[in-house]
Design a protein around this ligand. Structure first.
Ligand code: PRP
Length: 187
């Protein structure tokens, strides 16, 4: 599967291959939901979706959970653009309700440098939740700049630029059903 897109500006965006297909994503989401159900049996949880990348994974994951779940949404930006995270984080949208005393699960699409989640976890811990864990569908451990480990991890992936299943390049490709590898070349 190779698709090439030209949007002008001298960069050719090429979808090189599927890294993780829809069926494997579905299967793994169910497994992650089972693990969460087992750990939180009889408890309520607040799932915090980190916009925008986690939106698709979040929607799939919460529907597999047979638990009492509340939704929250946060939006954070790492300063800078393009394919590399800068390490600095800013909260653009915070949760709507206090999280003190709640079981929190932060839901992310990917852990890369670890800066975003390490910052978010630290900020949320200061609000004294009952517990806090992190669930991500993708993890690139080879890219860590800070020591960070997800509690529920879907797939460890190599250091390739991935799009789809919520992940974007320049705001595009989030709606692809598969996680794909994107290659950028000069036109
Ligand atoms: C991505 C991803 C994580 C973060 C991970 O967000 O959703 O939040 O980068 O990178 P890190 O581990 O290096 O901090 P992005 O800033 O691209 O925003 P998006 O979710 O809106 O695509």
């Amino acid at each position: 599967m190779i698709k090439r897109y030209s949007f002008g500006g001298g960069i050719l965006e090429k979808i090189k291959r599927v890294l993780i297909g829809e069926a494997d994503l579905k299967r793994r989401v169910k497994e992650l939901a089972s693990a969460i159900e087992k750990d939180y049996k009889g408890e309520s949880i607040t799932m915090i979706c980190i916009l925008s990348g986690a939106s698709i994974f979040f929607a799939d994951l919460v529907r597999e959970l047979d638990l009492s779940v509340q939704f929250e949404f946060m939006s954070v930006s790492s300063y800078g653009s393009g394919t590399v995270s800068s390490g600095e984080v800013k909260i653009l949208k915070d949760v709507n309700h206090p999280v003190a005393g709640k079981n929190i699960i932060i839901v992310e699409d990917i852990i890369d440098s670890g800066c975003t989640l390490s910052y978010l976890k630290r900020i949320l811990l200061q609000r004294e939740p009952k517990s806090i864990r992190v669930c991500t569908i993708l993890d690139k451990p080879s890219r860590r700049k800070v020591d960070f480990k997800g509690d529920y991890v879907g797939f460890e992936i190599p250091d390739e630029f991935v799009i789809g299943y919520g992940l974007d390049y320049d705001g595009k490709y989030r709606n692809l059903k598969d996680v794909c590898v994107l290659e950028l070349t000069e036109e």
